[in-house]
Write a protein that binds this ligand. Structure first.
Ligand code: FAD
Ligand code: UDP
Length: 369
């Protein structure tokens, strides 16, 4: 079979790339190994009338107006703003750290300026200087040892299965630290949940006369039989190159879903458990969507080393291997035959909006207007 463009994967990266290419008049075949589209942001309505995220909780947020304008072409969005509580020392704290978290943890009454000074003093006690070299140093230099121990140290060890001193300092930039009373998880200007959900949104992205879709089809079983002018690859980076430089680590999760005969389970859509239990967090889905039901569905996340690749692992050993693979990617991309896009294919800890931006940018760079 000969195709103009072959897109491997119908997650956000593959779907957005396919749409951008289709709108340029190119004929695109998308092949997806799963039996559904949307990749890791797949969702569905369960028997209790609640939208469930099949691969853990997904909240859309972005600073990029162009990305927001793009997704709004394919879905309506609620005005949901994500808020999280953290269960530590037998109590629930607002998380990420804000003025109220500081006051609650230290039993203080502080205004915004005093809270900022307090955090600075806490961070200063650690005596760190220069740019942080590890995740642990990055967090302690922002919030100090007590908060690190209370909220970050054990959650991080549980999530990644390794000592936080071995993880990249960049990981710390995912969680904001505030001295005001803003208790939202994300500071981005554009936030919300797609209505009725991500799967429907991705189906609409793929709904174009120039796009055909094959589900349940693994690229590596079919590739000998397909000749493509351009391959857009969104699967695991190391697998594409047959593990030439060794395996990259992907962290996985066991997700335990429970539908309970009660209207409400917890006080926030997500509660994090840094220090207690084997799970990292519990999500109550109806609180993300505002759906009404006499029942409620929750999801507990248990991190594990092997299985479905959910996360890249942000440490030095993997970063070194990633660079070797990305040098090969660059050669293929420069030749014009391939694009590697997305969380798995770029081995980057991307949020959904970053994946969409990367897909649009890479397609545009390959075919400038
Ligand atoms: P994927 O969604 O993994 O899609 C890749 C697709 O390619 C998959 O469907 C896969 O089956 C297919 N594929 C792979 N190999 C092959 C092959 N050989 N042949 C055919 N098909 C193949 N982001 C946010 O913005 N907000 C959040 O709140 C958020 N929460 C998250 C929570 C969890 C637990 C996880 C794991 C991620 C979360 N994310 C969140 C990140 C988000 O899921 C990703 O950024 C995004 O879905 C990645 O899209 P992708 O297309 O790059 O990869
Ligand atoms: N983190 C933490 N405590 C928390 C929440 C997050 O230590 O209560 C750290 C942890 O290392 C985690 C990282 O911050 O992996 C990023 O958290 P985020 O909530 O962004 O993770 P994701 O939603 O991608 O699983």
């Amino acid at each position: 079979m000969r195709v103009e463009v072959l897109v491997v994967g119908a997650g956000l990266a593959g779907s957005v790339a396919a749409r951008s290419l289709a709108e340029m008049g190119k004929k695109v075949l998308v092949i997806e190994r799963a039996r559904h589209v949307a990749g890791h942001c797949h969702d569905y309505l369960n028997d209790a009338g609640i939208t469930i995220h099949s691969y853990g909780p997904h909240i859309f947020h972005t600073k990029e107006k162009a990305v927001w304008d793009f997704v709004k072409r394919f879905s309506d969005f609620s005005t949901y703003q994500h808020r999280v509580l953290s269960y530590a020392e037998g109590r629930l704290f607002p998380f990420p750290i804000n003025r109220d978290t500081i006051c609650q943890a230290f039993g203080l009454e502080l205004d915004v300026n005093q809270a900022a000074d307090f955090l600075k003093a806490e961070a200063g006690k650690a005596g760190l200087s220069g740019s942080p070299k590890t995740y642990q140093e990055a967090v302690i230099s922002q919030v100090g040892q007590r908060f690190y121990d209370l909220f970050f140290k054990n959650y991080t060890a549980k999530q990644w299965g390794r000592d936080p001193q071995t993880l990249s300092p960049d990981l710390a930039s995912r969680i904001p630290v505030r001295s005001n009373r803003d208790d939202r998880y994300f500071s981005d200007s554009y936030q919300g949940m797609p209505l009725p959900g991500y799967t429907r949104m991705v189906e609409k992205v793929l709904d174009h006369e120039n796009i055909s879709l094959m589900l349940g089809s693994d690229y590596f079983s079919l590739k000998e039989g397909i000749e493509a002018g351009l391959v857009v690859y969104t699967g695991e980076l190391d697998r594409y190159f047959d593990y030439r430089f060794g395996e990259l680590e992907y962290r996985s999760l066991d997700l335990e879903y429970k539908t309970l005969d009660q209207e409400r389970y917890q006080e926030a859509a997500v509660v994090n458990y840094p220090n207690d239990y084997d799970w990292t967090r519990i999500t109550e889905f109806k609180l993300l969507t505002g759906e009404k039901s006499a029942k409620t569905t929750i999801c507990l996340e248990y991190p594990k080393a092997k299985g479905e690749p959910y996360y890249i692992v942000p440490d030095q050993a993997n970063a070194r291997k990633r660079d070797l693979y990305l040098a090969e990617v660059e050669k293929l991309e420069r030749s014009g035959s391939h694009l590697f896009i997305g969380r798995l294919a770029q081995y980057a800890y991307y949020n959904m909006d970053q994946v969409i931006k990367a897909a649009r940018d890479k397609v545009l760079a390959r075919f400038p207007a």
